[in-house]
Design a protein around this ligand. Structure first.
Ligand code: F6P
Length: 512
């Protein structure tokens, strides 16, 4: 028996994952949904399309938008929507709204063969589940920042409570042939909750963030329960081999793990399959967007303002995992050590604010404001501003155009699950004059994009040198590196990601 059982007992104050009334409550929720369906002609159960063998049920904290006209134009939401559109199905999760007495019956919105089914959260649930446990415990832990963890049993209880409540709301909507695909760290216990409610369909989980090394995972007071919950899934998917290795290592050392071959592991008296499924992008769509943006007004304004200088671009949510202070320091070092770069380069850092209810995010924002001010104060000239720091987001198409205009794309997180900016930057380039991707070796994308200029974000001088070498890189070498990476992007695109994952899930869950 793993030693950690003792630590687990120490958390006895935490409620078990599902109380004994789980099934009863599920059927109450079920009748509520039937009533709702009677009132509205929204036929969730008929969302599946003919020709598709199994209906897909996607579960994630954020949902949608599902309507084609309003749908996101890039990143993960696009990939999920495309998967749902193909198979028909439900996208279930948090509505994004807080209400005092939220209904336990999901709000339904139908668009074609996709149904969005969402629930509101109370302020307390939001604070404990989303802000507290998901974003002040799991996020820093999974991004290798243990000193930022703020664990409380109250937040853990809130996290488990919301996962149980969500599972009870979804269970009555499920059909026997469904494939259930749960996404990300907010919802790790969700599959176990569904199992406890009697669901026998294949249930898979995909982690978009990194998974930490086993020793780091053990810092989490409830690590045993959390990893046991992961083993309730038929398939657990990771972005990279390092993430998978962290999970496997944990199971082998602390879960009595036994490798059964073919990706299957027996651990904690359960059998789970685990594999690597790197998230991709829709290469042709991104390339077309970037090309179309060339004639846009914004793109012209950008290139006019850059004139004959070289544009470097960074696009990241303001998050301490993104390594923005280190990137600014590296750029400052470049200007200091390579005076030829002064007046010749412009770094445009687009950094929309994110999770501003979390104190650490307010702190990093202040740090970046000071760092940006200090670089410009030190190096700017009356006719040149080295750093453009923008706390706002842009329309996805415009952004792809900005990528195309940039000679260097800087993607230098301290740690990142994948980072689709790296991939979109490459897909936006002109084949006859492609730019250079400067990529952190700790971004998941570095596992695939080995022809990028790889840097260690903890090495400011090394990053400055890499940027300088990038500025000097001959066209032939730029083309070679870019063509190799485009081959990888096409092989591992968004369709390959979802098809490989869903096939593996159907196979892993087949024996149930
Ligand atoms: O995996 C990280 C992730 O959940 C992404 O899917 C998403 O881009 C980002 O974090 C946004 O986080 P939030 O929903 O907290 O704004």
């Amino acid at each position: 028996m793993p030693k950690d059982y003792a630590e687990r007992e120490a958390l006895a104050g935490v409620q078990p994952a599902v109380n004994s009334g789980g099934m009863r409550m599920a059927s109450e929720a079920g009748s509520a949904i039937e009533e709702q369906q009677d009132q509205r002609p929204v036929a969730v159960a008929r969302a599946s399309i003919s020709g598709s063998p199994r209906r897909l049920v996607v579960v994630s904290n954020r949902v949608g938008p599902i309507s084609r006209s309003k749908a996101a134009q890039g990143g993960l939401a696009v990939a999920i929507r495309a998967a749902l559109e193909k198979a028909g199905g439900i996208w279930f999760g948090y509505s994004g709204s807080i209400s005092e007495r939220p209904s336990d019956t999901p709000r339904l919105e139908l668009d074609g063969n996709i149904t969005a089914a969402t629930l509101d959260l109370t302020r307390r649930d939001y604070d404990e589940y989303y802000i507290g446990f998901a974003n002040r415990v799991l996020w820093p832990l999974f991004h290798y920042r243990p000193s930022l963890i703020d664990f409380t049993r109250r937040d853990l209880a809130g996290y488990l409570r919301v996962n149980r409540r969500f599972a009870r709301a979804l269970a009555p909507m499920l059909e026997p042939g469904d494939l259930i695909w749960v996404h990300d760290y907010h919802l790790i216990p969700f599959g176990e909750c569904l199992r406890e409610l009697g669901c026998r369909q294949p249930i898979g989980f995909f982690l978009h963030t990194p998974f930490p090394a086993a020793e780091l995972m053990r810092l989490l007071p409830n690590h045993h329960e959390l990893v046991t919950a992961l083993c309730a899934y038929d398939l657990v998917g990771f972005q990279t081999a390092s993430d998978l290795a962290g999970f496997r290592d944990y199971l082998m050392r602390w879960g009595g793990g036994e490798d059964l071959g073919g990706g299957a592991i027996r651990a904690f008296s359960r059998i789970v399959h685990a594999g690597v499924f790197p998230v991709g992008i829709d290469v042709d769509t991104i390339a077309a967007q970037a090309e179309a943006a060339e004639t846009s007004r914004q793109m012209r304004r950008l290139t006019d303002s850059i004139r004959d200088r070289v544009l470097l671009i960074g696009v990241d949510r303001i998050d301490y995992s993104k390594g923005l202070p280190a990137r600014f320091a590296a750029y400052s070092h470049l200007l200091e050590q390579y005076p030829q770069a002064r007046g010749r380069t412009v770094l445009m850092q687009i950094a929309p604010p994110s999770r501003s209810d979390v104190p650490e995010y307010r702190e990093i924002r202040r740090t970046l404001e000071a760092a940006a001010g200090s670089i410009n104060g030190r190096y700017a000239e009356f006719d040149w501003t080295p750093l453009r720091y923008l706390n706002k987001s842009f329309n996805h198409r415009i952004l792809m155009g900005f990528y195309r205009a940039a000679r260097i794309g800087l993607v230098t997180p301290y740690r990142d699950g994948m980072n689709l900016v790296a991939k979109e930057y490459l897909a936006s380039q002109r084949s006859e004059d492609p730019g250079i991707l400067v990529l952190s070796c700790f971004a998941g994308a570095a596992h695939e994009l080995t022809e990028a200029v790889l840097v260690n974000p903890f090495d400011r001088e090394g990053m400055a040198e890499a940027i300088w070498n990038g500025l000097e890189m001959p066209l032939e070498e730029r083309k070679e590196r870019w063509a190799a990476m485009m081959g990888t992007l096409r092989r591992n695109d968004t369709t390959a990601w979802r098809e490989r994952y869903l096939e593996a899930l159907a196979a892993a869950g087949a024996g149930r």
